[in-house]
Design a protein around this ligand. Sequence first.
Ligand code: LCS
Length: 411
Amino acid sequence: MYNFDEIIDRRNTNAMSTDGFRGYIFGADDSMAFPYKDEEFIRMWVADMDFATPQVIIDAIKERLDKSILGYTRTFSDSYYNAFVKWCMKRYGWSFERNQLVMSNGIIPALYELVDYICKPDEKVIFLTPSYAYFKYAADFNRRESVCTDLINNNGRYSIDFDDFERKAADEKTTLFILCNPHNPTGRVWTEEELKRLGDICVKNDLWIISDEIHCDLLRLDKKHIPLAKVFPEYDKLVTCMAPSKTFNTAGLMLSNVIIPDEKIREIWLSRHYNFDNPLSVAGAQAAYEKGEPWLEELRVYLDDNFIFTRDYLAENLPKAVFEISEATYLAWVNVSAYFGKSENLPTFFAYEAGVLLEGGNMFVQNSDCYIRLNLACPRSVLAEGLKRICNAINSKQEETAKSDTSQMVK
Ligand code: LCS
């Protein structure tokens, strides 16, 4: 039994969650002031968890520390690969050869590099919107044009507009598709049929694909992850990104897996990359894949319950919000368009009026107006307080609007 109800003080650890929100959410510096002290905020924004990293990982790092020397390190032995590939085989029935695995100190840096390696300067990158904004930033940074294809939203249930995707993929200048599988922020777990249709369009149009599968272990209990590379085992223009970081709350260890079947791109990666690994991160990641499964399975139960709690709380207290439990991730994607106009800056509203830090609206590129994204990977008591504050702030705003409407009518 793990204690996911424990409240852990993250202050004074240089955590993005506690100390980085002014810059990340508001593009502001330390002078930005709120009616709340920093420690009074309920933090439901950046995608890491307020749960303790599993003890098996901490212990493995301590063991590595006890070996006294932290010199230049590379994953020479097979043990890390063996642990990770066993994890993939057991959980997704998928494996890959050892030489295809390269390490990156994050999937974001991998995206930034791969866009440069794959796309010529006049070529374009396509992705599904709403989107994790770094897909666009990776294109922007490399001065490649982004092409967005909006997901279809049917009362909170998202699906792919295959006609639009196919039309845009057919542009010969569009050469790379970045897929988020499963999808941040909508939480969709793409079905085999959807993956097949997407992949077929890419193969037909000779597109490269980066399948970002960083959220693939964080599925609701009744869902199963399908790596795109499992559906297209022969297609070499397909790079898969996975990581222990979201799964086990180790984002600060900066270790991600990038599986590159294509020899040429892999060679560019290896020749341009500073190819050393952090010994503590490798020890932690290996332990995660070897010994972290019982923790993950309990975490999933707790997260499922947090989603149910959220659904029930919103239904009761914010009946016009549209919300479907995400199939994957610990992120809830909530439509609050019944309460806000498109021009409302939602993160600002909730920071000032509710004391809740969250992401929303145009932070997800496009097709995301009037949505808020709530990180539910926190103790239930924190979640309850966050939801209460969110609902109270909206309901007070509604009352104010109703009052001013009535006074207008009286005049
Ligand atoms: N890819 C996706 C789809 C993500 O959601 C994230 C983190 C990353 C990559 C970052 O990978 P890293 O570089 O850490 O390996 N998502 C976050 C989010 O939505 N808010 O904060 C982080």
